[in-house]
Design a protein around this ligand. Sequence first.
Ligand SMILES: [Zn+2]
Length: 189
Amino acid sequence: MPSGKTHDRLTLWLLPWLLGVTLVLTRSSQIALILASCFAFSGLMFGPDLDIYSVQFKRWGKLSFIWLPYQKALRHRSKLSHGFLIGTVIRLIYLGTWLFITSLFVVGISQLVWGFEWNWQEFFEQLAAGLVEKYKQEAIALFLGLELGAMSHYLADSTNTAYKKYQKEGIKGIIRRKPKPKPQRRSKK
Ligand SMILES: [Zn+2]
């Protein structure tokens, strides 16, 4: 599969185009900025290769440990990390869970210190209402940006695989139905 550098280059090369096209289509610099930054974030450090020791993983620095259970649970290039839509949805839920656990601690400790009222149910209701009523377009741009960043990754991965097959077996290699994949070993990249 393409190296992390190739994926980075593709992300950075597509970024201005995406920004331009979104700006023309939506005529909103705010939406275009959200979409483009989420695309860059997804391409550089929130992409499918978090399921392996990769550049994307390393970019989380001291926080990279949060992706270790994710790597343990998923086989590299499995549908759950590299699948269309599902990959992004699962990563969002996964990161959201970490954020929620962290905020439980932060809110709990702050309550002990400052003693204020906090209701998680109310918080989530307001958050959901805000996303649906006020910030619907922003939320869509956010998700779309993340998914497009991941998609540029899947496409580069599968184009590369097809090209390697073509080099090895000619056009037949691409047309022939895929044989059952051998169980993959985890490889360092
Ligand atoms: Zn990949």
